[in-house]
Design a protein around this ligand. Structure first.
Ligand code: ASP
Ligand code: MG
Length: 401
């Protein structure tokens, strides 16, 4: 089998840990696999480099930042290859450029455009383990680029897609994706598998495990991800395309987003085009609107509610005040959070939303806003009930079973 393995910062966060990774790689190689190993910088290293730059400038040039930040991953790649060679495993370390990773020129947040797999393939054909520095590539102009924080996941998924690898194993210090945050609900259980779309909806649960952009890319390239821990031999969580059997499970997980604020615009004149005007202006200001609700109008006006990230409330206020003549008033509530129930099983089962609302009711939690999609029911509630809501819902759908 051809396997791409990616080891995150904690997994390579010290010389003994790199040694541990080398042992794991060597074992998989001995079992007969062909391996490309993508590595992150040692934990804390990228932040340290950012610090260094800020010592000299508040606005360091992005091209130089890429030159600087890409070095962290190179250190790990070289050390891992050396450790493998010492164990008698033939290995070669490559930078992003050497591995053929071509990106656009958007420094510090580049997009992978294509991968020339020639060098990796010839090393693999020669029986070598290919160790690639993650998080980086090369622009058309030949400059080093990086892919955005957490971007080594993206490197691994893109390489797995380009090489048509059998699997892309992403290693961290967490042994998979849980039904909810175990710090909130200790009864949370590790999932065996989950679809790409569920994973994207449950982003906050996978935050420590997988960068969201890499899940989107995996979906696009149909790369099967296995999220595992490099500190145990537990089986991990498989993230793959939706199969019919997944629908047998009603709900997969519960997510909590604390970083939400509710905006209510009262007595909005009910005329064609008003929503377009308001949301176009919010978009222009790059304000991320999440849930939107509008009621049927009475007396020619209507109420419009939506949520934005807490940090964007002030800017949202400014935008809305531009509509003074068209609205009765507005209010804001930063003490809200969003709880989401996610599962592809909702597509084929009824009563999922009703169950969520009943669970809230039985705890006397007021639901301020509701939005649903094919695979999700989200509720905005008072922030102080967020954790209670998560535990209640986890119980209601028997996710601990
Ligand atoms: N070292 C980079 C970061 O911390 C990339 C990565 O680890 O994925 O964002
Ligand atoms: Mg990471």
């Amino acid at each position: 089998m051809l396997i791409v393995q990616k080891y995150g910062g904690t997994s390579v966060g010290g010389l003994d840990r790199i040694e541990n990774v080398a042992n794991r790689v060597a074992k998989s190689k001995r079992e007969g696999n062909s391996l490309v190993v993508v590595v992150s910088a040692m934990s804390g290293e990228t932040n340290k480099l950012v610090e260094y730059a800020s010592h000299f400038s508040k606005t360091p040039a992005k091209a130089e930042m890429d030159m600087l930040l890409s070095s962290g991953e190179r250190v790990t790649a070289a050390l891992l290859a050396i450790a493998l060679q010492e164990m008698g495993v033939d290995a070669v370390a490559m930078t992003g450029r050497q591995a053929g990773i071509k990106t656009d020129g958007n420094h510090t947040f580049a997009r992978i455009e294509s991968i020339d797999t020639t060098a990796m393939k010839s090393a693999l054909d020669g029986g070598k383990v290919v160790v690639v520095a993650g998080f980086q590539g090369i622009s058309q102009k030949g400059q080093v680029t990086t892919l955005g924080r957490g971007g080594s996941d993206l490197s691994a998924v893109a390489i797995a897609g380009a090489l048509k690898a059998n699997a892309c194993e992403i290693y961290s210090d967490v042994d998979g994706i849980y039904t909810t945050d175990p710090r909130i609900e200790p009864k949370a259980k590790k999932m065996n598998y989950i679809s790409y779309d569920e994973m994207l909806e449950l982003a906050s649960l996978g935050a420590k495990v997988l960068q969201n952009r890499s899940v989107e890319l995996a979906k696009k390239l149909n790369v099967r991800i296995v999220a595992k821990s490099s500190f145990s031999n537990a089986s991990g969580t498989i993230i793959e395309k939706e199969i019919k059997e997944m629908e047998a499970v009603l709900v997969s997980g519960i997510a909590l987003d604390r970083n939400q604020a509710r905006v209510t615009v009262r007595e909005v004149s009910d005329r064609p085009g008003i929503a377009a005007e308001i949301f176009t202006l919010l978009a222009k200001e790059q304000i991320n609107v999440d849930m939107i609700i509008q009621n049927a109008s009475t007396d020619g006006t209507t109420n419009l509610g939506f949520t934005v990230p807490e940090s964007e409330v002030e800017r949202a206020k400014e935008v809305i005040s531009a509509f003074d003549h068209d609205i009765g008033g507005m209010d804001f509530d930063e003490n809200v959070c969003k709880v989401s129930v996610v599962g592809v099983g909702m597509k084929s089962h009824s009563g999922v939303a009703a169950k969520a609302f009943s669970a809230m009711a039985s705890n006397n939690i007021n639901i301020e806003m509701i939005s649903t999609s094919e695979i999700k029911v989200s509720m905005v509630i008072n922030e102080k009930y967020g954790e209670l809501a998560v535990r209640t819902l986890h119980d209601a759908y028997e996710l601990d079973k």
